[in-house]
Design a protein around this ligand. Structure first.
Ligand SMILES: CC(=O)N[C@H]1[C@@H](OP(=O)(O)O)O[C@H](CO)[C@@H](O)[C@@H]1O
Length: 478
């Protein structure tokens, strides 16, 4: 009863007394669960959160478009435009760092997969490859392979620890899935799962939304919740203990992601960068990717949802898009930069407003599924730390080799299970033929050489395990 009174006082002073409106109807057990949930809320910050959300939704932020300019090309490293020597040098440097246990990877896997339309974590999705492998398995095997490549080059026995940021929605199923699959052959102690925070969804007039009579509608705090979660879960301490100096952060849905890519790591390290982002050339103006650009002279990402269409459409003299550096959510940070963010900057990260349809209980206690947006979710973005960097670099990679995200369900035009599967199979056909293979059809006739266009279906169902080849290498690396 005491606890209930405390919670009530807090909620009342935050203008949120309605949260307990169904208290009398809850049974003892439901009350305990609800109080536990409330105890985990930052009740002190609740008032500010609700007011800020309502204010932000009422007055959208000023458009950044008048202040943006592209990153000058000379500040973007590029796989296509670099000579073989440079690429080999970066790869060598990256593999050396990996062999010395200085590189870790961090997966952003707290999202709910709403667009994909599944109830389980996206990483557990099987896009229908001949092997039936899920995104998690492909990624785990790439870690095993890159460790092996570094070891065979340097005679080491290295570890690339895998940090996995989950949320309340994804932690349980992800843990179970990894366990059931024997951690895909990785050492369980080198897989570190932790949870990002959840924050309440709020109505347009600043009231916390009740999902149920004894449950608040909560949502993860965006992939930029990473920096708070690093602190909450002592992840930086773990990195320090292991000697990890560079962290490759990536999001779960890109089937072509190169975990701990030595070329990217080597590029960032050799440029002395504290923060780096991989980009691909945008495919079309409205492609839903953020653009790496400068705002008031400072390098950062402007998210696709926050850029005006007329800016996205701008073209240069040769017809090329002016804002063409598409963010693929692959970032490299030094640990010391992350330490600075954790200590000095994480509370300054911008809050982005998303208007969503949030299921709720109405005043009569009836559950309602709204048909239009009724709630505000506030999110932080992982790339919003870029402006705090002292030496930011961008690295342009080849789309066909590195970017094919799984965002939508089959039936939608882009970024769906079929496009993801085709990108991977087409890449593997290219690897096989450039290693000297001839692809044959079912009658033994040679098939045409695979093309490099991202849209093409693969000529054959040729899948190569990451345990066999990491980036198309046949046996050894340089
Ligand atoms: C906040 C954030 O990281 N947004 C990223 C992320 O978008 P989502 O729509 O959140 O999946 O991945 C995109 C690449 O797949 C990238 O272009 C975009 O900037």
């Amino acid at each position: 009863m005491e606890v209930h009174k405390d919670a009530f006082d807090f909620l009342e002073s935050a203008g949120q007394a309605h949260v307990l409106q169904f208290w009398p109807e809850l049974c003892e057990e439901e009350r305990d669960v609800f109080l536990e949930e409330l105890a985990q809320l930052d009740l002190k910050g609740l008032k500010d959160h609700c007011e800020a959300a309502a204010k932000a939704a009422a007055s959208p932020p000023d458009s950044l478009d008048q202040h943006i300019e592209p990153i000058p090309p000379e500040f973007i490293g590029s796989v296509k435009k670099s000579g073989r020597d440079s690429l080999e040098e970066w790869e060598r440097r990256g593999l050396l760092e990996i062999s010395e246990n200085c590189v870790g990877v961090l997966l952003l896997a707290g999202g709910q997969g709403t667009r994909l339309g599944v109830q389980y974590p996206k990483g557990m999705y099987n896009v229908g490859l001949p092997s039936g492998k899920t995104l998690y398995q492909i990624q785990a095997e790439r870690i095993r392979k890159i460790q092996e490549l570094a070891d065979s080059k340097h005679g080491s026995k290295c570890t690339v620890p895998w940090y996995i940021m989950t949320s309340e929605f994804t932690l349980g199923p992800t843990e179970t899935f990894f366990k059931e699959n024997n951690y895909f052959g990785l050492e369980p102690t080198n897989i570190i799962m932790f949870e990002q925070r959840m924050i309440p969804a709020v109505t347009f007039d600043g009231k916390v939304i009740l999902k149920d009579k004894g449950k608040i509608a909560m949502a993860p705090d965006g992939n930029g919740g990473l920096y708070q979660a690093l602190v909450d879960n002592k992840v930086l301490e773990d990195m320090k203990k292991r000697g990890v100096k560079y962290l490759h952060v990536y999001c779960v849905d890109n089937i072509l992601v190169k975990m701990a890519d030595p070329v990217f790591i080597g590029f960032c390290v050799s440029k002395g960068a504290d923060c780096g982002a991989k980009v691909v050339e945008k495919a079309y103006p409205t492609e839903p990717v953020g653009v790496v650009c400068r705002v008031r002279g400072v390098s950062q990402v402007v998210e696709y949802s926050e850029v005006q269409p007329q800016t996205a459409e701008l073209r240069g003299p040769g017809g090329e898009l002016v804002y063409s550096a598409g963010n693929i959510c692959n970032h490299c940070f030094t640990r010391s930069f992350l330490q600075d963010v954790a200590e000095k900057y994480k509370d300054q990260l911008k809050q982005h407003v998303a208007l969503k349809k949030v299921p709720f209980v109405d005043a009569q206690g009836v559950q309602v599924k709204p048909s239009k947006s009724n709630g505000i979710k506030m999110e932080k973005f992982v790339f919003d730390v870029f402006p705090f960097s002292r030496n930011f670099v961008a690295f342009e990679v080849v789309r066909e080799d590195e970017f094919s995200p799984l965002k939508n369900a089959d039936g939608s035009v882009t970024d769906n299970p079929t496009t993801a599967r085709n990108s991977l199979l087409a890449q593997h056909c290219r690897w096989a033929t450039s290693a000297g293979a001839t692809l044959l059809d079912e009658y033994g006739n040679p098939l045409p050489l695979p093309s490099v266009s991202a849209d093409d279906s693969p000529p054959a169902q040729c899948e190569i395990s990451p345990l066999v080849s990491y980036f198309g290498e046949v046996r050894t690396v340089c």
